[in-house]
Ligand binder design. Structure first.
Ligand code: ZN
Ligand code: ZN
Length: 134
């Protein structure tokens, strides 16, 4: 490209100038392309409205449990990753605790694609600052 311009314009400075502009344009385009493709791959915070919504779902579905805390969410593409601790009475049967987890998971999945992990804790671990179920 640069080759053809010099004889036509007779302006020698144009050649490196055009080359620099073309290079700059390639850099900018490349940067934008990279940003948009990486943005879809990188973890992003779930939006606050969605978080409030899923906290409500957890509270609604957690009957039998005492508290949910350390709720963490992030999104990657269309997928939401949800993690939290579920505090249950220490003498609750695993069967029953698992039923609560399944119920919450099922309800959360109605909101959209999600990978959910729930850490069940006995009552003495309660932090009393999470989602109160009672
Ligand atoms: Zn905990
Ligand atoms: Zn299960």
């Amino acid at each position: 490209m640069g080759f053809g311009l010099v004889p036509i314009t007779g302006w020698l400075a144009l050649d490196p100038l055009v080359a620099a502009l073309v290079a700059f344009n390639i850099l900018c385009t490349g940067y934008r392309m990279m940003r948009s493709s990486i943005g879809g791959l990188m973890d992003e915070k779930a939006d606050p409205e969605a978080v409030a919504n899923l906290r409500q779902v957890i509270a609604d579905q957690a009957a039998g449990a005492i508290e949910a805390h350390d709720v963490r969410t992030r999104t990657s593409g269309n997928m939401t990753f949800i993690e939290f601790h579920l505090v249950v009475p220490g003498d609750m049967r695993v069967d029953d605790a698992h039923d609560i987890c399944d119920r919450i998971e099922h309800a959360l999945l109605q909101l959209g694609d999600a990978v959910i992990s729930i850490h069940v804790e006995p009552h003495r671990e309660a932090k009393h600052h999470g989602i109160r179920v009672l």
